[in-house]
Design a protein around this ligand. Structure first.
Ligand code: FE2
Ligand code: FE2
Length: 265
């Protein structure tokens, strides 16, 4: 029987290593051409995560868990390194040391939060300590709702201002997800009293509805960008990247729903 530790580890690494690889590309594209040192660092991270991604596809659910444990440690170090690179870049931008660059501070912070999330996942998997379900439901939703709210803001800012209707839609999503995030934070502060089955179930249902509609908006934006039908400075790969992150959140919501219904809280 396949070890769930192995399948969970491979699933996280396959998803997030591709994401980290793409972040390296996006950061590189936002640097000025004279920032050769930063460009080299970004290229290096691209290669590191590309190699990790390729390696993860060589393993299977039947791979020895000890081998996966060692792999997780190796990936943990890479995730920690890209996190500190992103924080360094954020510091440079905020101190106005990269004037004229095209990386938005919130986008750099956002990608560093994703690296931190990936690093924590790997640590949890290797330590074999998973959060109790009611805590995981709130924490993961707080994390991902903020990620979704950020995506809506990035899309709104990177579309050409003349795409008035799409910019307006992006702004509405941003507002919707800010509200959902505050609701999640309220539920968080009401812990543990808020962790009843009906409240958590409703929380997941409500978030799912909005994530589905944002996911569909991202898919439409991605297709329009691919077909060159709209004006923007959104890289086609960035459009697909944020779409995949919404799909990931939906997958997590559905998994929570199943576990919640199985558990007798
Ligand atoms: Fe990302
Ligand atoms: Fe993201």
């Amino acid at each position: 029987m396949p070890d769930p530790f192995v399948s969970r580890s491979l699933d996280e690494i396959r998803f997030w290593s591709r994401i980290m690889k793409e972040h390296s590309l996006f950061l590189k594209l936002g640097f000025r051409c004279e920032d050769t040192q930063l460009i080299n660092e970004a290229n290096n991270f691209y290669s590191v995560f590309e190699a990790i991604e390729n390696k993860s596809h060589l393993f299977t659910v039947d791979t020895d868990p000890q081998v996966i444990r060692t792999f997780n440690e190796e990936v943990y170090i890479a995730a920690a390194n890209i996190w500190s690179f992103k924080r360094k870049v954020l510091g440079l931008i905020i101190q106005c040391k990269l004037p004229g660059g095209n990386n938005l501070p919130l986008l750099v912070d956002h990608t560093s939060r994703e690296a931190n999330y990936f690093r924590n996942r790997l640590a949890e998997l290797n330590q074999g300590r998973l959060e109790p379900l009611p805590d995981a439901i709130i924490d993961e939703n707080v994390f991902f709702l903020r990620i979704m709210a950020d995506h809506a803001k990035f899309i709104g800012h990177l579309l050409d201002p003349s795409e008035r209707k799409l910019v307006e839609q992006a702004r509405n999503f941003s507002h919707d997800f800010d509200q959902l995030l505050y609701q999640a934070i309220d539920l968080d502060s009401m812990r543990p009293q808020s962790q009843t089955h009906p409240l958590l179930d409703q929380f997941l249902d409500q978030n799912r509805v909005s994530v589905k509609s944002l996911r569909d908006f991202k898919a439409t934006a991605r297709d329009l960008i691919d077909a060159c039908r709209i004006k923007s400075i959104i890289h086609p790969l960035l459009a697909d990247h944020v779409f995949r992150e919404a799909e990931r959140f939906l997958y997590i919501i559905d998994a929570f729903e199943i576990s919640l219904n199985q558990s007798k809280m």
